[in-house]
Design a protein. Structure first.
Length: 402
């Protein structure tokens, strides 16, 4: 006779279940011990469920899938651990198999087909929500982080581009400013150079003798409005040289047939080659002109060049108080010069005497009587009771560099 099939006795309600049972079909409690139950007398009373409620046969309970209704009251005590004050159960069959508390329970077979799965009383590990809070809020936060990062990158690129553009603009501005400054400086230097060049040209032009192509320089110039190179003087026979109203230098001769001259003072009085230029206006009377190479002490020893208001011109030599005419002539250019200011000039280079009126050459004559001496301005009262001539803006050139 074979051994009776081991059965599991529910430690809670005492219901006997087949060995293959895992949960009690009556109360649904997990079965942790296996007992060979031959008859009810072999089951120790310690396995009676002292707290199990009575079950009425007519009471409807939920179907567990294992042959009976189930109560969902929690299990207060493991079947392998005795209550306080009770002894470990004895007299159990050798076929009692106990699963110690905390050991791995046997494999759970799948529930029968078409039935609801039994409740799982195994301990579970709670799944905590994310520490970041609501997942939707976290997603939004991550979205804002991404958007903020993109905006920061874009703004950084814009700022970098702006800084680069400003730097480039500053560089271009600085380069343009430097170029403009250099150009302005170059222009200023060029203008200054041109100005200096113009001044030099003007100086050279002013220094050049317009009446000769040789090398000359301006010895001096005098507006003849106050004493400077010429002085005032008065002769016993009522002839004089004087400045009139700070406008011109006037020479007067009151006796017909007489000559009166006023020579340069305060500078070199001994000239060899020379050019003289002056504005001359015959106010009344006859003639006015120049004194050249005067070497006399008490009397004239010089050349006299005269231009008369009737169109005549004349060169005389003076020696020991007498005059000798060496050249005379007339030209319509000089006619009608009374009361009319004209630019007259004379050059004496070597033995050549040349006369110019308004920069037009009137005559040229050669004579070797005098070689050097002082220079000046003069009048000749040939026939009139009085001759007065006004002079202004005198200029004198001599050969060579200044």
């Amino acid at each position: 006779m074979s051994d009776p099939e081991p059965k599991i006795r529910c430690p809670r309600c005492g219901n006997q279940e087949a060995r293959t049972g895992v949960y009690c079909g009556n109360c649904g409690a997990p079965l942790h011990s296996v007992v060979n139950v031959a008859n009810d007398s072999t089951i120790p009373s310690e396995y009676e469920a002292p707290n199990a409620p009575p079950v009425a046969s007519s009471e409807q309970r939920p179907f567990t899938g294992y042959g009976g209704p189930v109560s969902h009251t929690p299990i207060p005590l493991s079947p392998t651990q005795p209550r306080s004050g009770q002894n470990q159960p004895t007299g159990l069959s050798d076929q009692v198999i106990q699963y110690q508390y905390g050991s791995t329970p046997p494999y759970l077979p799948p529930p029968p087909s078409g039935s609801n799965p039994p409740p799982d009383y195994r301990p579970t590990i709670p799944v905590l929500p994310p520490t970041g809070g609501n997942s939707r809020k976290s997603s939004k936060w991550r979205l804002w982080v991404i958007v903020g990062s993109i905006i920061a990158v874009v703004l950084g690129s814009i700022v970098a581009g702006a800084v680069g553009f400003i730097s480039h603009s500053n560089y271009v501005t600085a380069q343009a400013t430097t170029t403009a400054h250099a150009q302005a400086t170059g222009t200023a230097v060029a203008e200054a150079t041109q100005t200096v060049s113009a001044m030099q040209t003007a100086t050279v032009t002013a220094n050049e003798n317009p009446y000769d192509n040789g090398s000359w320089h301006v010895e001096f110039s005098d507006p003849l409005i106050k004493p400077s190179y010429w002085r005032e003087s008065k002769a016993p026979n009522s002839a004089d040289c004087t400045f009139i109203n700070s406008q011109y230098y006037r020479i007067t001769e009151l006796k017909p047939g007489y000559v009166y001259a006023c020579e340069v003072q305060g500078t070199s009085t001994d000239y060899t080659d020379v050019t003289m230029e002056v504005n001359m206006d015959i106010l009344q009377g006859d003639c006015g002109g120049f004194v050249l190479r005067d070497s006399g002490t008490t009397n004239f020893a010089a050349y006299f060049v005269f231009i008369c208001q009737n169109g005549a011109y004349e060169i005389d030599t003076a020696s020991k108080g007498s005059f000798t005419t060496i050249l005379t002539g007339s030209t319509p250019t000089l006619s009608g010069s009374l009361g009319k200011s004209q630019l007259v000039a004379v050059t004496l280079i070597g033995n050549i005497i040349t006369l110019f009126v308004n920069k037009n050459r009137i005559f040229q004559h050669a004579d070797s009587t005098y070689t050097h001496g002082s220079i000046g301005l003069s009048v000749w009262d040939e026939y009139a009771p009085m001759t007065q001539v006004a002079f202004s803006n005198a200029k004198v050139w001599t050969p060579g560099a200044a």
